[in-house]
Design a protein around this ligand. Structure first.
Ligand SMILES: [Zn+2]
Length: 118
């Protein structure tokens, strides 16, 4: 990978990273439970609380993947599948610059056939 490309890629990852951090900061998880709620209201509120939690979980996870990708750029390992060590196709990296696995391995991960190290 040439330097200009590396620079562009890093910028892309850093931009995405700061967006995520902003989003995570914006998630207000404090729900006021002090008033006596009626059950329907409570259910709705719990639901949105759970949705928000799930969202921040996804975002924290993505944040971690982005950090890993940045480390891999510095280690000259960027674009290699973390499972089979084959290069990840450029198209996939363009769509998901923080991709950790090639398509084949991603599928195995989704089927639970690869243990991801967290
Ligand atoms: Zn792979």
């Amino acid at each position: 990978m040439n330097q200009t490309k590396t620079k562009e890629l890093k910028k892309k990852l850093f931009d995405e990273r700061s967006l995520l951090i902003e989003k995570l900061k914006g998630n207000d998880l404090s729900v006021d439970d002090s008033e006596t709620p009626d059950p329907v209201d409570l259910a709705v509120r719990n639901y949105s609380k759970n949705v928000m939690l799930a969202v921040s979980e996804n975002e924290s996870r993505q944040l971690k993947l982005i950090d890993e990708a940045l480390l891999r750029i510095d280690d000259d390992e960027y674009g290699l599948c973390q499972n089979c060590e084959k290069p990840i196709v450029a198209k996939r990296l363009e769509a998901i610059p923080w991709a950790r696995y090639c398509l084949d391995c991603q599928e195995l991960v989704e089927r639970g056939m690869i243990d991801e190290d967290e």
